[in-house]
Design a protein around this ligand. Structure first.
Ligand SMILES: Cc1cc2nc3c(=O)[nH]c(=O)nc-3n(C[C@H](O)[C@H](O)[C@H](O)COP(=O)(O)O)c2cc1C
Length: 229
C-alpha cells in the first residue's frame, strides 16, 4: 500500500534532490516499514532482488560515525575503498559533470576554491550523514555483477521517491564505500557482503542554502539517440 497518494511519479521525480542538511526530527519507523514494503516492488533481473540493507538510528548509527571518524583522522592512509567510485581517468563529458556539481554545491555555500579547509569541512559532513537521524547502508553479496548492481540502483531510487511521497528526504552517499571495511565491521556484516552506498534519511532543512541550489541535467537528447521515429 502506498504511504499517501498525493504525488504523481513525475512530481516525486522533480521534488527529489540530494539533501545535505537535515533537521533532527526523528523518523517514525512505521513510515519506513511502509516505504520498504512498497520498494520491494522494484524490478530486478530474474527477480533476484539482490539488494540488502542495514538501517540505523541512535547508538548504532553513532557507532558507525565514530568508527569512520577514526579512519578519517588517518588521512589517505585510512582509505579502504570497496570499489572505484568513479572510473580511473574519467574523461569528459562525465568528468565535467562531476566537477560541475561540486562547484555548484560550494558556490551555493559561498565556499571559494581557495578555502580548502572550508570545502573539506563541508565534505566531512558526509560522514555525519549531513545530520540525518536515520542511515541506510545498501549492500549485496560479492558474487553479484553489474546487472545486479543496476537492480540495487532501481531499488534505491524507488526508496528515494517513496521517501519524497512521505514528506521525507534523503541523500545517497557512496562516500561511505571509501571506508568499506570499517562500515561493514561496524554493521557486523558477513565478509560475503560488499557495501554499495549509504542513504541518509530524515526531514530536510528546507531553509538551508545547501538544499536549494539548482542541480543541472543535460538535455534528454544528449543521452538518447532516437531511431526509426
Ligand atoms: C549512488 C549515489 C551515490 C552518491 N554519493 C554521494 C556522496 O557520497 N555525497 C554526496 O554529497 N552526494 C552523493 N550523491 C548525490 C549526487 O551528487 C547527486 O545525486 C547528483 O549530483 C544529482 O543531484 P540531485 O540528487 O540533487 O538531483 C550520490 C548519488 C548517487 C546516486
Amino acid at each position: 500500500m502506498p504511504v499517501t497518494d498525493q504525488l504523481s511519479v513525475t512530481a516525486a521525480l522533480h521534488q527529489r534532490r540530494s539533501i545535505r542538511k537535515f533537521t533532527d526530527q526523528p523518523v517514525d519507523p512505521a513510515l519506513l516499514q511502509d516505504i520498504f514494503a512498497a520498494a520491494q516492488r522494484a524490478p530486478s533481473g530474474g527477480n533476484l532482488q539482490p539488494w540488502q540493507a542495514t538501517l540505523l538510528t541512535g547508538d548504532p548509527w553513532q557507532a558507525v560515525q565514530d568508527a569512520v571518524a577514526a579512519r578519517l583522522a588517518m588521512g589517505r592512509a585510512g582509505y579502504e575503498p570497496e570499489y572505484d567510485i568513479y572510473p580511473k581517468g574519467l574523461t569528459d563529458p562525465w568528468e565535467a559533470r562531476r566537477f560541475g556539481v561540486g562547484e555548484g554545491l560550494y558556490a551555493a555555500l559561498g565556499i571559494p576554491r581557495e578555502d580548502k579547509a572550508g570545502r573539506l569541512a563541508q565534505f566531512v559532513e558526509n560522514y555525519r550523514g549531513f545530520g540525518a537521524p536515520v542511515m541506510l547502508f545498501l549492500h549485496c553479496s560479492r558474487i553479484m555483477g553489474p546487472p545486479q548492481w543496476a537492480d540495487m540502483g532501481m531499488w534505491l531510487q524507488s526508496v528515494m521517491l517513496l521517501l519524497v511521497e512521505a514528506g521525507l528526504a534523503s541523500c545517497p552517499q557512496e562516500c561511505w564505500a571509501m571506508y568499506g571495511r570499517t562500515v561493514r565491521q561496524a554493521l557486523a556484516l558477513d565478509d560475503d557482503q560488499i557495501l554499495f552506498t549509504g542513504l541518509a534519511i530524515g526531514y530536510a532543512d528546507a531553509d538551508a542554502a545547501v538544499n536549494q541550489w539548482p542541480v543541472p541535467r543535460v538535455a534528454p537528447n544528449d543521452v538518447i539517440d532516437w531511431q526509426g521515429f
